[in-house]
Structure formats: structure tokens, C-alpha cells
Design a protein around this ligand. Structure first.
Ligand code: GLN
Length: 242
């Protein structure tokens, strides 16, 4: 952070942006501006270099082939890891979450290296694809209301010793390995399977990232009525399936 400006980086929108995940960038941007911050948003395509000066980096989900390409390019670029070692915050969804781990199974059925910012390993689930609305309780340490989202993934994710589970599932599959967890985080690097886009359903996650970037404990309240209406509708969809 410098002065009143927040640098927000949306990584590889040309490869990773399924199910409206770009909405996450819109929500972080809007809620930061509502708090009087001057937001500089940079969308970095996969043929461009990732800046190391960002405060918050967002990565979305994607199909299996773009996921392979994105991981190769992120590793070749190397700057996301440098930004994190300088204290940057990263929030990733689905394919982006798998890429941030140590490895995942790619579209060729091979084990592929991830960028290693999260202590997780993703494999291919034995069972059917995990698809549907999810409701989960976020790690109480993060002080956030329940997580609502939509999942659609074949990969499943195992947490290593140092990763903390982001949430515990009430309805839905989440990480899909039978431990009941959804997502993971290591310090300022977060991963979730939740689309939706997840920030539109859970604007408090956007606020958490902004608070971490500003290094403050609280933000001025903003109007949450429409977010709350969407949350209630989607929580009902998860808990009362047709
Ligand atoms: N290709 C990955 C999987 O199926 C991620 C899918 C996604 O991002 N929705 O596990």
C-alpha cells in the first residue's frame, strides 16, 4: 500500500475467468472505492509480465487446458511468488486454487507442478464431478460470516501440514477428499473452490483482503442490502435442494 491507493491485479483473464470470476475484481474494486481508496486495477494477460508491486492479486477458475498453460506461465514468470514474499495478498478460485498448490492433474492426465504458494496438492477425484451450491463455515480466526458459493470441479484438494482449511462444509463437497474442508490458506494466500462470483455472494471476503492490504482491523460499513438478498437466496438453494 502506498498513501491512499490500492493496486489490484487480476491475473490472466484470457485463461482463467469462468463462472463470472471476474466479478471478484469488480467487488474488491468497488468496496475499496467505497472506503475512499484510489484503486488501480491492472488486468494482466498471460502473455504479459505480472507486476510485483500489487497489493491484492486475484486468480479465477478455468478449464483444464487453460489451467495447464496458466500454471506454466506463472512459474516461468516467477513474479507472483516474489510479490507474495514481499507481503502481497492472493485470492484464488478453483483452477487458480489448484495452480497455487504444489501440484495438480492436468488435461493430459499428468501430474503438473503448481506455483507452491499454498501447501496443498490436488488430484483427480474418483467420484463424479463436484457440482452445486455450497454452504460452509469459514475458519473462525478470520471472523467472517458463512461462505456461500457454487462449485464445479473434477479435481480434489488435500491440505498439507501448514495449510489452514479456509472453511468447513455444511452442504456441498468443497475440497472433495472427505475431510469436510473447503479451500485453504497460508498466511496471505487464499484458495477456494467457490465461484458465484464468490465476492458477490461474500463481500466480507473482499473486505478481509482490503483490511489485510491496509493492515487495519476494521473498515467503515457500507450498504450490504443487495449482497444480503443474494446470500439468502443462494443459501436457501444450497440447504433446500429441489
Ligand atoms: N479444471 C479444474 C477441475 O475440474 C478446475 C475447474 C474450475 O476452475 N471450475 O478440477
Amino acid at each position: 500500500m502506498s498513501d491512499n491507493s490500492l493496486r489490484l491485479v487480476w491475473i490472466y483473464p484470457d485463461l482463467l475467468s469462468t463462472y463470472g470470476d471476474q466479478g471478484n475484481a469488480l467487488v474488491v474494486e468497488r468496496r475499496a472505492r467505497q472506503r475512499g481508496l484510489d484503486v488501480q486495477r491492472l488486468d494482466v494477460r498471460s502473455d504479459q509480465q505480472i507486476p510485483t508491486s500489487g497489493d491484492i492479486y486475484l486468480i479465477g477458475g478455468g478449464e483444464d487446458r487453460p489451467q495447464r498453460l496458466a500454471s506454466e506461465r506463472l512459474i516461468r514468470d516467477g513474479r507472483l511468488n516474489r510479490a507474495v514474499s514481499n507481503g502481497a495478498i492472493v485470492f484464488s478460485v478453483c483452477a487458480g486454487y489448484q495452480i497455487l498448490g504444489h501440484e495438480f492433474i492436468n488435461d493430459l492426465g499428468e501430474r503438473q507442478q503448481g506455483v507452491g504458494l499454498l501447501d496443498v496438492v490436488s488430484t483427480r477425484g474418483e467420484a463424479e464431478r463436484c457440482v452445486g451450491d455450497v454452504l460452509a463455515d469459514i475458519d473462525p480466526q478470520l471472523g467472517l460470516p458463512p461462505l456461500t458459493g457454487f462449485e464445479n470441479h473434477q479435481g480434489v484438494t488435500h491440505l498439507g501440514k501448514t495449510a489452514r482449511p479456509f472453511a468447513k462444509v455444511r452442504f456441498g463437497k468443497g475440497n472433495g477428499v472427505g475431510d469436510g474442508y473447503e479451500g485453504a490458506y497460508n498466511d496471505t494466500v487464499f484458495g477456494t473452490y467457490m465461484h458465484g462470483p464468490v465476492m458477490a455472494r461474500n463481500p466480507h471476503i473482499a473486505d478481509l483482503l482490503i483490511k489485510l492490504a491496509l493492515d487495519v482491523n476494521a473498515l467503515p460499513p457500507v450498504e450490504d442490502r443487495w449482497y444480503e438478498a443474494l446470500r439468502q437466496e443462494r443459501i436457501a438453494a444450497a440447504t433446500q435442494p429441489a
